[in-house]
Ligand binder design. Sequence first.
Ligand code: FES
Length: 356
Amino acid sequence: MSEQSNLPATHGAHDNHGGEVDYATRDERGRYILPLEEHTPRITDIDPRAAKRAERQVAWLFTLGGACLAGGVAAYVAFDSRELISVPTIGRVSASNFWLGTLIGLGSFFIGAAAIHWARRLMPGEEAVDHRHPLRGDEQSRASAIEQFKRGAAESGFLSRPLVRRTMLGAMALFPLPLVVLLGDLGPSPKEKLRHTMWGDKRMTRIVNQGSGELVRPEDMAVGGLINAIPEGLERIQEETGTQNERAKSSIILVRMNPSEIKAQQGEGWDYEGILAYSKICTHVGCPISLYQQRTHALLCPCHQSTFDLSDAGRVVFGPAARHMPQLRLGVDAEGYLVALGDFAEPVGPSFWERG
Ligand code: FES
């Protein structure tokens, strides 16, 4: 309920800074009151049938919202996550993800619309003034605060002990320094560090099966098979450096497919009789990957579902990764062991450093 009608209008008053305030009134304590338009009742305020109708509309919106949320969960359970559907402007996406996202979005919309409709049509709609206290304290409080501040400064010895004051200011000036050093971790670009791995240290590096610890020979791999592998000598590097950094960069997967199924590679003839080597580290944000679908040659990252076609130079066919999986060039040495003939075609791991 507005208080304005009980108060004298004082158009043309001056505010604390001398400016004229000609759009407001003040009450007897000098507080501003903005003029309020006369309240116009809504149809739902005066017509019980309209209010009942609005009530039903709100109930319908809440019901629709709940149904959409339940439908989203049902769709998520009902659809196989590998089943893809074509969506205009988006392309091929997982049916269960699509319906889960769409129905949760619709459910949130209906619930939000119900809440707004309820508030606008059925909750009290009269305008009212909410008074605030003036921000500026009275003169006595201000003088007391200044007095206390001065007494605190004198008692702390800030002014009378220059040695303490200067050393404190010096220490405070150095306080942001560690932050600056920590900020240094945001750069420089890690691209060069990610470009070089153990595979590039020698002209030929033998490949070790990560599971068995055995050197890999081409005949160990059947068509359709996958092996997680590391470079020979990785343990020694780990002991020398005391870190797992090289393992994180050098881990690979080997897959074998029929050579006629290979559409493209990152270098001419980089496979060995259908055996291909790719980095095991996803180019999105670096999860290790070894989910491989033999029939489609798709490598699927479990973290955010980026999918790479290993028969087509590791190209991204789905998901948020912005760059294909880096490939290694393979061959065999004089003793018939599978070897890498150099480093990856490009830096391994996440590609955030490419932005900008
Ligand atoms: S880390 Fe692989 S898709 Fe995100």
